[in-house]
Design a protein around this ligand. Structure first.
Ligand SMILES: Nc1nc2c(ncn2[C@@H]2O[C@H](COP(=O)(O)OP(=O)(O)O)[C@@H](O)[C@H]2O)c(=O)[nH]1
Ligand SMILES: [Mg+2]
Length: 326
């Protein structure tokens, strides 16, 4: 136990020990985490607290009947992305326009109480999007923070018809309270292990309302490329192809196709891997035993000569075709 913990920490720890329900325990652990000084000496303890929070959240999700459904949305497809933002920004409209899901869309705030998944197609892969309840000073569903933390990436949806910078600030502040930081966030830049670090894309919605151009420029000027922005009209289905591409790029993934000797690659059914993956990573993705059994592989696409033999640590590129020899 690091010696220099402030007295408030021990108070929070006491409420953790006396807490009766998992929900109370989580609250106390979150508090301990926020009080604890952030330096090398507390790394281990902070990691420990995070894993206790994760375990308790899982327990809670298993117990709490009706809420379980929205909490435990299993990842499907190449990635799971949560759409988040303030009330009325158009989260549900976006899901309805870009996937086949049909959530409630309404002009009053807080119309979404549950999370709803939908599958978005991008070329030959599918990416799961989650419609979620809004951020803000309202009663936030207890499962919203773990859901956002669990997602592979976030879409930060902004209603461009009013003050975009205030909205972005509020989104950032709300996420930070949930211990979530995103790449390009001004809040904190250092790698802090007591936070969940997410990739994020800012989506400026309602661009169909013409006076919104001004607000959009304001947003772009302020962000100065620290985070990518895509402008859309969810209602009129404009900019959605750009959004699909933006999401794909944000994920930083590659698609690799396998083929059997003498045959063509299976079109439309790629293995999806993080950018920077090697042939060996692809092999173990196909089957856990393949990495050990792999004798050699031939590769088409990223090599200078198609069909060359490639080494196990050959870096793969999007669109490569591989032939594994065991
Ligand atoms: N003009 C315009 N209105 C939109 C757009 N997207 C959503 N809306 C409207 O904004 C309101 C809130 O939308 P909703 O999807 O329910 O927002 P949510 O609370 O973020 O889920 C509804 O009245 C929608 O019709 C858009 O692209 N353009
Ligand atoms: Mg909604």
């Amino acid at each position: 136990m690091p010696a220099n913990l402030p007295p408030q920490y021990f108070e929070a720890e006491k409420s953790y020990r006396t807490a009766k329900s998992p929900a109370e325990k989580i609250t106390a652990l979150e508090e301990m985490l926020s009080i604890m000084p952030k330096h090398k000496g507390t790394d281990h303890l902070r990691a420990e607290l995070r894993s206790r929070i994760a375990k308790l959240t899982q327990q809670l999700a298993k117990k709490s009947g009706t809420q379980r459904a929205s909490m435990m949305i299993e990842k499907e497809g190449a990635a799971q992305i949560a759409i988040t933002g303030l009330p009325n920004s158009g989260k549900s409209q976006l899901i309805a326009s870009i996937t086949k899901a049909s959530p409630v869309i309404a002009d009053y705030p807080l119309s979404t109480h549950n999370a709803l998944p939908g599958m978005m197609e991008f070329e030959d892969i599918k990416i799961q999007l989650l419609d979620t309840p809004p951020l803000g000073p309202h009663t936030i569903q207890w499962w919203l923070p773990p859901m956002l933390r669990q997602a592979d990436a976030l879409l930060l949806l902004i209603d461009i018809s009013y003050d975009p910078l205030a909205q972005l600030n509020q989104i950032e502040a709300n996420l930070e309270m949930m211990r979530i930081l995103f790449k390009g966030s001004v809040a904190k830049t250092e790698e802090d292990i007591s936070y969940w670090h997410k990739k994020a894309l800012v989506v400026a919605n309602k661009l169909d309302i013409d006076y919104n151009d001004h607000n959009y420029k304001l947003l772009l000027d302020n962000l100065q490329n620290r985070i990518s922005v895509v402008a859309i009209s969810a209602l009129q289905k404009k900019g959605l192809d750009k959004l699909r591409l933006g999401i794909y790029r944000m994920l930083d993934i590659i698609r690799v196709y396998t083929k059997a000797p003498g045959e063509k690659a299976v079109a439309g059914d790629p293995i999806v891997l993080p950018n920077g993956s090697t042939l060996l990573d692809a092999a173990s993705n196909v089957h856990k035993d393949f990495a050990a059994k792999l004798r050699y592989a031939r590769i088409w696409g990223s090599g200078k000569h198609d069909g060359i033999m490639a080494s196990r640590n050959h870096l793969l590129k999007d669109g490569d075709i591989i032939e594994l020899h065991l």
